[in-house]
Design a protein around this ligand. Sequence first.
Ligand code: ATP
Ligand code: MG
Length: 210
Amino acid sequence: MESSTIIITGTDTGVGKTVVAAAIVGATGGVYWKPIQAGPERDTEVVQRLTGLPDAHFLPEAYALPAPLCPSVAARRAGACIALPLLPPRRETPLIIEGAGGVFVPINGAQTMADLFAALAAPVVLVARTALGTINHTLLSLEALAARRIPVLGVVFAGEDNPETIAEIERFGRVPTLGCLPHLDPLTPGALRSSGARTLAPVLEMLRTG
Ligand SMILES: Nc1ncnc2c1ncn2[C@@H]1O[C@H](COP(=O)(O)OP(=O)(O)OP(=O)(O)O)[C@@H](O)[C@H]1O
Ligand SMILES: [Mg+2]
């Protein structure tokens, strides 16, 4: 897949993947794809609201499951079975693909999000919190990705800047930091646009240069 395709994953659900994805899609004028949506609050709609981009910038979900649960369980409840590979219906770039939950979230009876990422053959950006507890979650996620030879571009932090924590993750995880998006209150399209352009410059630059 093209080098300007990235997968946004996270150390957990609710960590800020969608908001980071919206900042990146908005700043690059890229295309957003959430292949597996579990739950009625669709991330695609959130990204559309936060970017104000037209429908052409959004690919339809491959699976849109009603239950806000892990994808394997949500699929089972819907009488569906998620099957790999899942490939984007169009290949315009930059293409920003958002996972569901974290790396080891099951998607069917035998596979996890990591298998989806490997089949997509695109590099990953890991979104992590800056609050206490993040070092363990982030290093475990990085190790799981490395064990499956899934390339990691770096970590984007969400929350208050925490230089000592970030330094530990860079040292032990041997990964670069690609930005630190602060908590925005209120979270508006304008606030995200201006903060994202400033705080996510490394990842935006990476996508611009392909
Ligand atoms: N930088 C931010 N400023 C303000 N609010 C934020 C920010 N990042 C995330 N949030 C809020 O935190 C909540 C969770 O964020 P988000 O939906 O981006 O997480 P996620 O990792 O995409 O979750 P999921 O696993 O469900 O896809 C949302 O209500 C979102 O609006
Ligand atoms: Mg999300």
